[in-house]
Design a binder for this molecule. Sequence first.
Ligand SMILES: *Cc1c(COP(=O)(O)O)cnc(C)c1O
Length: 483
Amino acid sequence: MKEQVLIYEKSVAGRKGYSLPDTDRSDKEILAAIPEKFRRTEDAALPEIAEPEVMRHFVALSSKNHHIEKGFYPLGSCTMKYNPKLNDAAANSPEFQSRHPLAPCSVSQGNLELMWSLSECLKEISGFRGMSLQPVAGAQGEFCGLLIMRACHLKNGQMRHKIIIPDSAHGTNPASVTSVGYSTVHINSNEDGTISPEAVAEVMADDVAGMMMTNPNTLGLFEPHIAEIARIVHDGGGLMYMDGANLNANMGIFQPGDIGFDIMHFNLHKTFSTPHGGGGPGAGAVGVTAELEKFLPFPVLEQDADNKLFFNYDRPDSIGRLHTYFGNFANMVRAYAYIKTLGGKGLLRVSENAVLNANYLKELVREDYDLPHGQSCMHEFVISGNRQKKLGVKTSDISKRLLDFGVHAPTNYFPLIVPEAMMIEPTETETRETLDAFAEIMKKIAREAETDPENVTSAPHSTPVRRLDEIHAARTLDVNYIE
Ligand SMILES: *Cc1c(COP(=O)(O)O)cnc(C)c1O
């Protein structure tokens, strides 16, 4: 029997999964109540299916896909940690959900207070004085931060248009630079995989608006020269941006706002456990120094003389609005619930355990895979599949084979400076048993590459679909069943 995958294939004419209450009105009377122009001329093309079958359909689909609730998800740089269900319960509570975003501030004080308190928490965690919760993705946070940088230079009458970015940076960094009309000055990382102050000094110039750094960087390494690099950039009239996507390694340990960074975005959907993946709603709050606060996107949440919160739109130096309403509010609730559940000490333990788990796993896999940067890592590390490639097994093959064991692939071929890169971020929410099991699987695949490479290059063998034409799928995306 052919498996019915689509809900339309399960449809049987006349079957119903609902019942409507009885009415004493005739069909004709009901119809007459609907204006002519809104009436259907033919039936909607909806599947006709019983309620239990609908439920089975979606549960079956959810288990075909990989997700954090199903298995280990060490996708480096993405911080695929467990999303506590408590956060969802808070975000779904009617007290939060029933507020209309355009309701007057006077009747929305509870929601505003949550936004205010979350901002205060993020300030304390990061060391920044000003905060905007408006951006809805890390990349939009970068865009926001760079617009602030541009606004600041223009206000000072400075025509600067270049941003220094190291070769280890996430692709969104140069993309954001281009989006604000700036251009990128690339610098190379040194042999240790970090940035040398000399490399920055060499390119710092009068037309450089600032520098973007990620800490820990995408190799999972803590940048040891931040203060000195910040001094060089500041002395040259530039500003320092930190890509804060990797903050999961830093909480309670290092405050970017105190060491020389002027602007930073958070990925609330990474560090603070709001669900992400599949392009779902994100939250990319941006923190700035006191000097840059006036450039934040408007409206800005402020307190009036009676301690009541209100949105201030009267911000003449603001870069403007970045999003409808005020950002993704439900994700703010989730992040706030997460922060308050753990408290300051708990957040410190999150980062400590994220770093411990990564170092533990690194030691377990380093025997079988090349490890170009072998020093202690932060919350993630990057191995290379170079050794396996010589045997005809590419990194993408290893990742496909992992699927057979119920594990999501690490981030592949990134960062670009490591050939055949696999970037592994276990996160703090995984047990030692899970890490041991993953290391065993990696060892097994390394042995297979030596003895039975075809089993790896033809993987996956156990998934609902095998190898997809990913380029075709991305270029000619079709998510409709009905033509
Ligand atoms: C995830 C990530 C980003 C982009 O964040 P999005 O929310 O996906 O837009 C930027 N930089 C780094 C280092 C990241 O890991």
